[in-house]
Design a protein around this ligand. Structure first.
Ligand code: NG1
Ligand code: ZN
Length: 534
């Protein structure tokens, strides 16, 4: 194996003077810099699989909402979760090893982690629609062959589909089986669960889905074939921005990130007033809704609004199922969640809110502390996770009334409809459609549940962002010294004011967030805090 790794590695030299880091979204950068990184991620996957006794590890090649010329790679653990934290550091070490040291670093990890070379290594992988994908896959395969790994190429998939397949592969034939190990199995599971969750309820009109010209387009076309048409128990989906042949159109003037940051619909959207619209990102793990209100113009229904919608619906079902005493429901947010949404969850829904640092793995982890954990980042990445106790209660609770039986049935359906491994735009969309149909809500009624505080997010270029160290789920700075006190002083002068600064995990910048009772105060606070950070 040593010789094979050496020979293969010589085909994938590391660019000198480059430092790589496994960040919140794995490794991500201009695609032409990624060849050696992807090769080495293949080596990590082999190590990780062997360390876990031959369980299957997933690898996704994507740069999500980033421009078409970027790409990225991330690892998926056996149950479909993000890679365990300590292994991010091993991945970083291996990615940064000089070519001549690579074998030494690899064997060092083998020894340190007590990895047995005789144990089988198993890997599955997929990629999004970027032009750079196939060449990066070849680098990956070189590593998998050199390490004697068994592997399956799932070609084009959304990120959440790869997470789903990783979990299905590892639970196949066990009582915890998560579903059939195929792309078809994914569509069947979702569509069957959707019919059960809808229970003949009606969706109104159509929902326009902007697929960011990414992999979500062809996959949504596929899913639609499995869904019932028409309003009763089904949904009419109008797909836009599904061109995956024009590489440069990916995420260009469309997609969840465009809509969220520009606060407007993609120019290609022809949806009329009050019509439901949503946008996916480039790998379909994020979704946001929006509509045009004839009176107030463009209205965004972001991750916070999706989380509150899901928490209110599932909270009601749990009460109707008479499980409130047994099951703990909670919502997990980051500091970027609008203060009005936090207040709404705590005061109106009467549910606890936990706050974690940015990055889905932190939210996911915190959500598993609840029996029903609803987590979303404001930008639309999130899902709902159910504990084993919750799943058992949904199955075994004896209903004493038809209403209670119906609530339990809907809860069981939701547990299948909602992707338990990671935020999934397609699954989240069907969840939102289900809830709106049950509540007979228009997007306007959903929007009116609470009013967002005006807010502003500013990107601040600084000399060294690593000087900004935070505590309290990134809401307070401990360094540079004295800066937090200055921020606090500014915040205290503003009604409903809140502001924080933190180093971005994905860009070389500090992000400043501010919210306040009025637009003017929020803008002013953001720009003053940004001024302090420069
Ligand atoms: P950073 O760059 O660390 O702020 C951004 C998003 C996160 C998350 C990650 C991963 C904001 C403010 N931050 O993180 O929510 O999605 O990218 O992609 O939106
Ligand atoms: Zn994404």
């Amino acid at each position: 194996m040593d010789d094979k790794i050496l020979a293969a590695s010589s085909k994938h030299p590391k660019p000198v003077d480059r430092v790589f880091q496994y960040g919140t979204a794995g490794f991500r950068m201009k695609a032409n810099l990624l060849d050696s990184v992807v090769f080495r991620v293949g080596l990590v996957a082999a190590l990780r699989s062997r360390k876990l006794g031959g369980q299957t590890i997933g690898i996704m090649i994507t740069a999500s909402h980033n421009p078409p010329e970027d790409n990225g790679v991330k690892l998926v653990d056996p149950m479909g979760e993000m890679l365990e934290n300590s292994w991010e550091a091993y991945s970083t070490d291996l990615a940064n090893a000089k070519d001549e040291d690579l074998l030494k670093v690899y064997k060092g990890l083998e020894e340190k982690l007590k990895v047995n070379r005789e144990t089988p290594a198993r890997v599955i992988y997929a990629r999004d629609t970027r032009a750079s994908g196939p060449a990066l896959v070849r680098a990956l395969v070189d590593a998998l062959q050199a390490t004697g790994s068994e592997y399956t190429d799932y070609k084009l998939l959304t990120t959440p589909q790869l997470h789903y397949l990783t979990r299905c592969t590892n639970t196949e034939g066990t009582p915890q089986s998560y579903g059939e190990v195929s792309e078809k199995g994914y569509y069947e599971k979702l569509s069957e669960a959707f019919v059960r969750a809808m229970k003949g309820k009606k969706t109104v009109g159509t929902v326009t889905v902007d697929c960011a010209n990414g992999v979500g387009g062809p996959k949504l076309h596929e899913l639609v074939k499995y869904l019932k048409k028409g309003s009763e128990g089904g949904v009419d989906i109008k797909i836009i921005n599904d061109d995956v042949l024009k590489a440069e159109s990916l995420n260009h003037e469309c997609g969840a990130d465009f809509v969220k940051t520009k606060q407007r619909a993609p120019p290609t959207s022809k949806a009329g007033n009050n019509e439901r619209c949503c946008s996916l990102d480039g790998d379909a793990d994020r979704i946001i809704y929006y509509f045009n209100d004839p009176e107030h113009g463009f209205r965004l229904l972001d991750g916070d609004k999706i989380a509150t919608l899901a928490a209110s619906f599932i909270g009601d079902l749990v009460r109707e199922a008479r499980l409130s005493d047994e099951l703990k429901i909670g919502v997990v947010q980051t500091a970027y969640a609008n203060g009005a949404s936090t207040k709404y969850v705590e005061k109106s829904l009467g549910l606890p809110v936990a706050c974690t640092p940015t990055g889905v793995k932190w939210l996911h982890h915190a959500a598993t502390k609840f029996d029903v954990g609803v987590y979303f980042e404001a930008n639309g990445h999130g899902t709902v996770v159910f504990s084993p106790q919750a799943l058992k209660a949904f199955r075994t609770k004896d209903p004493e009334s038809p209403a209670q039986a119906a609530a339990l049935e809907t809860l069981r359906a939701l547990a299948d409809l909602i992707n338990q491994t990671v935020g999934d735009a397609l699954s989240d969309m069907l969840l939102v459609e289900t809830i709106l149909a049950h509540k007979t809500w228009t997007p306007r009624e959903w929007d009116l549940t609470y009013v967002d505080l005006p807010n502003r997010l500013v990107r601040v270029e600084v000399k060294n962002r690593y000087l900004f160290k935070t505590t309290d789920a990134e809401r307070k700075l401990v360094e540079p010294q004295g800066l937090q006190e200055q921020i606090d002083a500014l915040v205290s002068k503003v009604r409903d004011g809140r502001s924080f600064a933190r180093a971005s995990g994905t860009e070389d910048a500090v992000r400043v967030y501010a919210e306040a009772a009025t637009r003017g105060e929020a803008d002013d606070l953001a720009s003053k805090v940004a001024g302090l950070c420069r």
